[in-house]
Design a binder for this molecule. Structure first.
Ligand code: UDP
Length: 318
């Protein structure tokens, strides 16, 4: 069993990772500044350090006693990254550099990093494999790519064993038995929670219905957060030798915005009010993962459907 430092462990994906690690018998230290995470999402079995990724001495202190890291901490909104690129460079890139420096000084060498399909930019091909050229189209994607590159360098220079997991569209929630851990972003920008929140007076804005896809709306690859975390725990367990590996996590198939709306209408038994809006800057028409590498390297395939993602997100909604 390991003692894992989970940065961003009060956030959506990090809190579910912390819970799953604790359930699997690992010790967990959560490192989070609560800037976007929630105190009530922190598992009481975990040690909690409330601090910023920019605070290297707090990071070193939190790292002591840990033997591995799951690094989720950082900023994750594409739109905000366009408005505040320096903030994203500082928190995501400098913050990650601090995590690696603290690992080095505390003798910790194994890390799983929360990377993103935003590193690929606006690909013309689908599905996208890991060797697809990374050409991010927004500062958020640039920062995730920089950290992936940093991990490659530091694997060579410092002997880290690192895996970057590039997420496609994460959705769903987890019932711990006493509460739901889910997506409680403020403001919320992601499609599935926005679909669930839509009302007649505040309809879902569909960002374009004139895309080159069968129904004219964008196609994305949705993966359940619990499947996603299972892949993280496997990846962590496999980190033994120095080196850096990049693996996509998605489902390998895509759903259009209209298909997500229709699936939610069936589950909720009511219609979802929508209005057609203009295309959102930086959106590619189709973003679907090739998950062959995850299947081969991690022996992982997602098992939870789009319907269960919508259902769980609905149950978790506050
Ligand atoms: N989308 C939409 N309306 C919304 C939010 C999202 O039409 O209010 C679309 C968006 O253009 C994209 C898909 O839904 O095609 C998924 O968007 P999301 O922001 O959830 O994730 P992203 O693909 O940007 O990571």
């Amino acid at each position: 069993m390991s003692h894992v430092l989970v940065t961003g462990g009060a956030g959506y994906i990090g809190s579910i990772a912390a819970f799953q690690l604790l359930e699997a018998g690992h010790d967990v230290t959560i490192f989070d500044d609560l800037s976007t995470g929630h105190l009530e999402s922190i598992d009481s079995r975990a040690r909690f350090v409330e601090a910023s990724l920019l605070d290297i001495s707090k990071l070193r202190g939190a790292m002591s006693g840990c033997d591995s890291v799951m690094h989720f901490g950082g900023k994750s909104l594409v739109g905000e990254s366009v408005a505040k690129p320096e903030l994203y460079m500082q928190i995501n890139v400098e913050g990650s550099r601090n995590v690696l420096d603290a690992m080095k000084s505390e003798g910790v060498s194994r890390i799983v990093f929360s990377s993103s399909a935003a590193t690929y930019g606006e690909p013309s091909a689908a599905p996208i494999s890991e060797d697809y050229e990374a050409l991010p189209t927004n500062p958020y994607g640039v920062t995730k790519l920089r950290v992936d590159e940093l991990l490659s360098e530091r694997a060579t220079v410092d002997g880290f064993a690192a895996t970057s997991l590039r997420y496609f569209n994460v959705a769903g929630a987890l019932n711990t038995g006493s509460k739901w851990l889910g997506e409680f972003h403020n403001p919320e920008t992601h499609l599935i929670p926005k679909v669930l929140q839509a009302t007649v007076s505040n309809p879902l804005k569909v960002f374009g219905n004139d895309w080159p896809t069968p129904d004219g709306t964008c196609i994305r690859d949705y993966v359940h957060v619990v499947d996603l975390i299972e892949a993280h725990i496997t990846a962590l367990g496999q980190l033994v030798n120095p080196g850096h590996c990049i693996i996509n996590l998605g489902s390998g198939s895509g759903y259009s915005v209209q298909e997500v709306i229709s699936a939610a209408e069936k589950i909720l038994g009511r219609s979802i009010p929508t209005e057609i809006d203009s295309r959102r800057a930086g959106d590619p028409a189709v973003l679907v993962a090739s998950i062959e590498k995850a299947q081969k390297e991690l022996n992982w395939s997602p098992t939870r459907s789009l319907e269960s993602m919508i259902q769980d997100s609905h149950k978790a909604a506050r």
